[in-house]
Ligand binder design. Structure first.
Ligand code: NAP
Length: 238
């Protein structure tokens, strides 16, 4: 019987896996949480929305006759990965995790580590006055209470209300070029970058740009495997 594969997506890696597997003739369903209005353009079937926890996912896998699951979710999507491990273990299904490598640290990088967005928000005003935030809409509330600096907020899609005191929103979706990131940071006179330690090539250019401009970076640590973060810390970021 041919494989019927569920890809838990929402990332470039997930879209690439769907393209590769569909081209090889496999039956593929890509699953998205539905946080963004626009659906990504992927071959194969697409489903949108939560499953209802690990039990809901297990029921879906059984009902669809899925033979293999690929977890290509973002490194900060800890709940979904946790549910995938649980559901696949319960059903005895093979689960492959596409890991995104951390960005390598180079001489000249000025990185400051934060455990979460709240800690990053406390650190940021001590390190910069004009701050580029690339955390997604879910990371913004932590900064709402920290008045003082100017925040340039980069998101994939136009947000609802952004409750930051002094800010501007720019829209963009990776992959970004280093030259464009340098131009953006220079134009807005950015003196600090705040980012999740997402890793991967699509958003690495901002880290390279910060190094070249000698701008410090506050990096939020990835959740540990099995550690489930606050709800809504979603993907509307770039
Ligand atoms: P999360 O905290 O791990 O997931 C919260 C809930 O959203 C899950 O329990 C599940 O609901 C649902 N969900 C998450 N991913 C799903 C998927 N691929 N298909 C169907 N349901 C999904 O995830 P998140 O951090 O909110 O991220 C949501 C999506 O955005 C993920 O697909 C992720 O790859 C993508 N993304 C996240 C980030 C980020 O920084 N967190 C960045 C870029 C992209 P049920 O429990 O009801 O099944």
């Amino acid at each position: 019987m041919p494989d019927k594969i569920l890809i838990l997506g929402g990332t470039g890696e997930g879209r690439a896996a769907a393209r590769r597997l569909v081209a090889s003739g496999a039956q593929v369903i890509s699953s998205f949480a539905g946080r963004l209005d626009a659906l990504p353009d992927v071959p194969g079937r697409v489903r949108v929305g939560g499953f209802g926890g690990a039990a809901g996912l297990a029921a879906y896998l059984a009902e669809e006759g899925i033979t293999r699951v690929i977890d290509a979710t973002h490194p900060f999507a800890a709940a979904m990965s946790h549910h995938a491990r649980q559901a696949c273990a319960d059903l005895g299904l093979p689960l492959e995790r596409i890991e995104r490598p951390l960005w390598p640290k180079h001489p000249g990088d000025r990185w400051h580590w934060a455990d979460d967005a709240a800690m990053a928000a406390r650190m940021a005003p001590k390190l910069g006055r004009r701050i580029l935030l690339t955390l997604g809409a879910g990371g913004l509330p932590a900064f709402a209470k920290v008045g003082g600096p100017f925040y340039l907020v980069r998101l994939i899609e136009a947000p609802g209300r952004v409750a930051l005191p002094h800010h501007q929103v720019v829209l963009g979706r990776g992959p970004f070029a280093v030259g464009d990131e340098i131009a953006l940071m220079r134009y807005f006179r950015i003196d600090l970058l705040v980012s999740k330690a997402s890793g991967g090539l699509a958003t690495q250019a901002k880290i390279t740009a910060a190094r070249r401009l000698k701008i410090p970076v506050v990096l939020i640590r990835r959740p540990k495997s099995g550690e489930v973060g606050p709800p809504g810390d979603g993907p509307h970021k770039a």
